[in-house]
Design a protein around this ligand. Structure first.
Ligand code: GSH
Length: 270
């Protein structure tokens, strides 16, 4: 059904993000995929060797250091990801917004992934923000000193950061999410963080766990025994959803490489 919908409708939504990596764009892609709503992935859909415009050029333009905004009246973006929504901006023009959690919050209502009432909307958002904090901390394990420098230039600090992340931060985050799953009596056996159906908090947490499994396989194997609801129920039950299986097998899902989640064996549990 998701596929049928995708083919029927022109993409109203455009994701503006770096090509070839899941990165922060993945939190947004997963929402569209879960809802079965079509979207354009501007950089990945329009590679430079294709005949049309270079999609990544369009992505870079919105966060260019020279930009003072676009012709539709949107202010410049700081960094990708951004979302363009046709007809949703001022005077019927396109809206362009950025900051991952802002985009998730924006899409949550229309894509029906933000819980079933007003309190749940904020439970969902706070949990997605917490999952994104974990995502950011995972990034800092390989770039603890300078975002613009190579990992190889900050290896000693990375080892210290990754050790603390694995030994102290991962257990704290996982124990927290385990308790949230325990608290949620509306959903059987740790299936959802909030209420009885899928939300973007579930998607964000799933993506971070999946990335961590790639980056720190030894550590994650060890930690998984400490949070059984999270690792034996939540993560695999979402991974078994037909829409997610199909997406993970598709070309739209990019492999982990040099993005947020990187596998440096020396940073993992030895
Ligand atoms: N807090 C922002 C962070 C955005 C961000 O760091 N984007 C990365 C790619 S995932 C980037 O291109 N950063 C360039 C920069 O920060 O200069 C968000 O969640 O969207």
């Amino acid at each position: 059904m998701a596929e049928a919908k995708r083919q029927r409708t022109e993409p109203q939504y455009e994701l503006l993000y770096h090509p070839t990596i899941p990165g922060r764009g993945e939190f947004i892609r997963l929402m569209f995929e879960a809802a079965g709503v079509s979207y354009a992935d501007v950089a990945n859909d329009n590679p430079p060797d294709d005949n049309g415009p270079n999609g990544y050029g369009l992505v870079q333009a919105i966060s260019s250091p020279e930009s003072t905004g676009d012709e539709d009246g949107n202010p410049p973006a700081f960094a990708p990801p951004a979302l363009r929504v046709h007809g949703a901006g001022k005077n019927g023009k396109a809206l362009v917004i950025h900051q991952t959690p802002n985009i998730l919050l924006y899409l949550g209502g229309p894509l029906k992934l933000a819980g079933s009432d007003e309190p749940e909307k904020y439970y969902v958002n706070q949990l997605a923000l917490t999952a994104l904090d974990l995502n950011n901390e995972a990034h800092d394990t390989h770039h603890p000193v300078a975002v613009m420098k190579y990992y190889e230039e900050q290896k000693d600090e990375a080892l210290k950061k990754a050790t603390d992340f694995r030994e102290n931060r991962l257990p704290k985050f996982f124990s927290y999410f385990e308790r949230v799953l325990k608290h949620n009596k509306s959903s059987g056996n740790g299936k959802h963080l909030v209420g009885a159906s899928l939300t973007y908090a579930d998607l964000a947490l799933w993506q971070v766990i999946d990335g961590l499994k790639f980056a720190f396989p030894n550590e994650m194997k060890h930690r998984s025994t400490e949070s059984p609801l999270l690792f034996d129920h939540f993560y695999p039950s979402l991974k078994d959803e037909p829409w997610l299986k199909k997406y993970l097998d598709s070309k739209r899902r990019k492999p982990y490489s040099m993005g947020v989640f990187r596998h440096y064996p020396e940073l993992d549990r030895q």
